[in-house]
Design a protein around this ligand. Structure first.
Ligand code: FUC
Length: 814
């Protein structure tokens, strides 16, 4: 009886909370959204991620030994620094001369010597530490289950030892800014364990000692780690940090012996963990982590656990439940088994689960006021992570935000907006010093300190359109939710991005087109004569080949979109008519899209072969996705060429490459190829917890990209028109999705059966005219009254009123 009472409050609370959000979709569909396993994670990459955008944890789920690895998103190496290089622009004319004269190797070397930022590399994202729990006697447990409940944003571990069932729940509350570990047993006084809070060893500090962090007990019920971040590449570590955990036990005793916390004979224990660094912003590091941690802990100290959990659930579900996707029920099998069975056994629910996992991960790693999601989101256990776990802009950072707008999570884009605001400041210095130009520029990478210079070596760093690409995300944010005040706010960022290119585009001496020079088509190797393995003096590495190029197709596509966005924005705001005319003139003079000798979209200005034909990047298909200049309707020849390019690239590559291909095939309306890439991503390049992998590295980009790809299969809204179910695979004949967003300020629900749309519901938030691509006419009603429509050439059009809902159905006879 007592066990039942102990279990009741939590269960009933979860039910209550579910009822409070009885939005679209049956309740059992929400409860199906679990990643579950029959065993603890074998490696960190299989652990379950929780996060509130700032404070992240990976839960391994061990029985006798639990490891909860911790991250605080502002703990990076170094401190404020400026890698821009006075006089960097002096060699630019000579670099260009060499490029136009075909002296690519020499242009590469001169760029390396003169235009690279100093230091060449950026700062690294760091691990904060580990919460280690030891449960003596729990070695032999039964009925084990580990799950990540996406709808609750709670990781759970449960198992039985003898006749006692133990439950461990972990969540990171965005409301209280605290990580909560709740431990219960279904029999009284059965909970005994020890806890330690470990700092993360960092060999960049020193080979042997750990004088850079200190672990202490805080009697009567706490543990603390204090530390200092690492210097790197001559940039002094200027951050201090603190993490603190406190145990509140119901029943039993809590004691602290030196740096071990001991709980004995408790019924329930709640561990609160708070952490902070001294980071204030990219220029300032004089915050007080101890005061920040103390403020968080004193606010939660007397907050009843049910309230804490309910607030967490409400905050999470307010975002998470905006979109529901039903592709069928979940099989009663753990994820690892479902992944293994996927080749033989279709599992449509897994796609829906994955879609929601991507949204979960974005909510957990990017919230208003936090840093944007980095290469690993906010989850990193390593002092020397792959690619520094920073922000790579030539695909990875943009891809992180692909699912945000359509997935009804526009708030998650705010950290990206803030990053753009900041790199527009640091990038202004780089524009001036490295190019003698106005405006601002960001190259292929940035970090916590907003480095904007070319970094990592000329094979990567020559690419100047990173800022332009990110700026288009800000423009897209407006297109999904037209709002003049917002547009006015971000307009200077667009203008600064444009003016940089007005000053730096140069006329190609042979063709007369305007081109970027130098640049590269990330990170692919053109077969210009003599390109091949070489010793790169900047990186000190023998590299496969050089990448340097003139006016690569991707740059041209991004700049056409940027100039177009700027012209549209300036016209809406009634600003800068002369600059608008100039931007449109430049847009018209950019190197055009070309079809190469294989019938492919040409990647470079010359029709060079690829030294690595199946290269993972698909840069020259940017105009198909995420761009909009190639579509099967408006540019059928280029759409056909894009198909050739995709065929030639093959399947495979990094996780994010599969993800991009999923979206690209969806834009070509090839549902089966899109699904194939999605499934291949799951089986070939994902961890057991559905994170994407790139080589051995865990990366969030591919998870986010595949999430966006799934949305593109269900709803597209580029080029001024909506398209329902444009790439619906045969395996998803029946389904229902609610709450997807479309450009123009719409929210869309779709219900289909036998592979055909039954009905669509469209909520117009902005009152913009609606155009829908459809082979068959649809009847449109609002409040049961027929709405006048036109239907010509497969385009249904009608006017909408703001705040009004429209029901769309197959017209009679169809
Ligand atoms: C780009 C990719 C790599 C990796 C890195 C983080 O440079 O080409 O594959 O994803 O970013």
């Amino acid at each position: 009886m007592r066990a039942f009472l102990l279990a009741l409050p939590l269960a009933s609370l979860l039910l209550l909370s579910t009822a409070a959000h009885a939005q679209p979709g049956p309740d059992d569909a929400w409860s199906d959204l679990k990643l579950w396993y029959r065993q603890p994670a074998e490696t960190w990459q299989g652990a379950l991620p929780v996060g509130n955008g700032r404070l992240g944890a990976m839960v391994m789920g061990g029985m006798a030994e639990e490891r909860i690895q911790l991250n605080e998103e502002t703990l990076w190496t170094g401190g404020p620094y400026d890698p821009s290089r006075e006089g960097g622009a002096e060699a630019l004319p000579e670099i260009r001369r060499r490029l136009f004269d075909g002296e690519f190797e020499q242009a590469h070397d001169l760029f390396g010597r003169t235009m690279m930022g100093i230091p060449y590399e950026q700062m690294k994202y760091q691990s904060l530490g580990d919460l280690r729990l030891s449960f003596p006697g729990h070695e032999e447990a039964t009925d084990y289950r580990r799950e990540l409940d996406l709808d609750a944003a709670v990781a759970r571990v449960t198992y039985r030892v003898g006749d006692v069932t133990f439950l461990r729940e972990v969540f990171s509350s965005p409301v209280d800014q605290v990580l909560v570990v709740r431990l219960t047993a279904d029999r009284p006084r059965q909970l005994s364990f020890t806890a330690q809070l470990h700092g993360t060893r960092n060999p960049a500090h020193s080979n042997y000692g750990t004088d850079y962090f200190q672990m202490d007990g805080l009697p009567p019920d706490g543990l603390v780690v204090t530390g200092k971040n690492s210097d790197f590449l001559g940039i002094p570590g200027r951050l201090t940090y603190q993490a603190e955990a406190h145990a509140h036990a119901e029943g039993g005793t809590v004691s602290v012996d030196y740096r071990t916390l001991r709980v004995e004979g408790a019924d329930t224990v709640t561990l609160f963990l708070a952490a902070a660094t001294s980071f204030v912003d990219y220029k300032q590091v004089d915050g007080d982590p101890a005061a920040r941690v103390a403020a968080v802990l004193s606010a939660v100290r007397d907050k009843p656990y049910p309230r804490l959990l309910a607030d967490h659930l409400d905050a999470h579900r307010a975002l998470f439940r905006r979109v529901s996707l039903d592709l069928g029920r979940a099989p009663d099998r753990p994820i690892d088994e479902r992944l293994q069975a996927l080749a033989e056994q279709p599992d449509p629910h897994l796609a829906a689960l994955y879609y929601q996992f991507g949204r979960y991960l974005l909510i957990s790693s990017s919230r208003p006021g936090t840093q944007p999601a980095n290469l690993q989101g906010i989850w990193n256990e390593d002092a020397n992570p792959w690619w520094d776990s920073k922000y790579t802009v030539n695909i990875n950072l943009p891809m992180n935000y692909w699912p945000a707008e359509a997935g009804n999570l526009p708030e998650t884009v705010r950290p990206l907006l803030q990053l753009v605001r900041e790199v527009a400041v640091t990038g202004q210095e780089v524009a001036r010093k490295h190019y003698g130009a106005r405006g601002w520029v960001l190259h292929q990478n940035t970090d916590l300190w907003r480095a904007a210079a070319p970094m990592d070596g000329p094979s990567w760093g020559t690419w100047p359109v990173g800022g332009a690409w990110l700026t288009l995300h800000l423009w897209d944010h407006f297109r999904y939710a037209p709002d003049e005040a917002y547009l006015r706010d971000v307009y200077p960022l667009l203008k600064g991005a444009v003016t940089f290119f007005l000053d730096t585009l140069v006329e190609h001496p042979d063709y007369g087109w305007l081109v970027t020079a130098p640049s590269n088509s990330p990170e692919n190797f053109p077969a210009w004569s003599g390109n091949g393995r070489f010793f790169d003096e900047v990186t000190g590495l023998y590299l496969f080949a050089r990448t340097i190029a003139i006016g690569p197709t991707m740059d041209m596509q991004i700049l056409r979109a940027l100039f177009g966005a700027f012209a549209d924005a300036s016209e809406r705001l009634g600003e800068d008519a002369p600059l608008r005319a100039e931007a449109l003139d430049y847009q018209a003079r950019l190197a055009p899209l070309k079809i190469g000798r294989h019938g492919q979209v040409q990647e470079w200005i010359e029709d060079w072969e690829d030294l690595e034909p199946e290269h993972r990047h698909l840069s020259h298909l940017w105009g198909l996705f995420p761009g909009e200049e190639i579509t099967p309707e408006t540019t059928p020849a280029y759409a056909a060429a894009a198909r050739v390019t995709l065929e030639r690239r093959g399947t495979g590559g990094c996780g994010w490459s599969y993800a991009w291909k999923t979206a690209l095939w969806a834009r070509l309306y090839d549902s089966e190829r899109a699904l194939h890439e999605f499934n291949a991503h799951l089986t070939q390049s994902s961890t057991p917890n559905l994170f994407s992998r790139c080589g051995r590295a865990l990366q969030v980009d591919g998870t986010f990209g595949a999430t966006a790809g799934l949305a593109e299969m269900l709803l597209q809204s580029h080029g001024g028109r909506l398209h329902f179910l444009p790439a619906l695979p045969d395996l998803w004949p029946d389904g229902h999705v609610t709450g997807l967003r479309a450009r123009g300020g719409f929210e869309v629900d779709l219900r289909w059966s036998d592979g055909r749309l039954d009905e669509a519901t469209l909520r117009s938030n902005a009152g913009t005219p609606c155009r829908i691509r459809t082979d068959t006419p649809l009847s449109v009603t609002s409040n049961s009254r027929a709405v006048p429509v036109t239907f010509t050439d497969g385009l249904l059009a009608f006017d909408t009123q703001p705040g009004t809902t429209y029901a769309l159905k197959m017209s009679d006879g169809n």
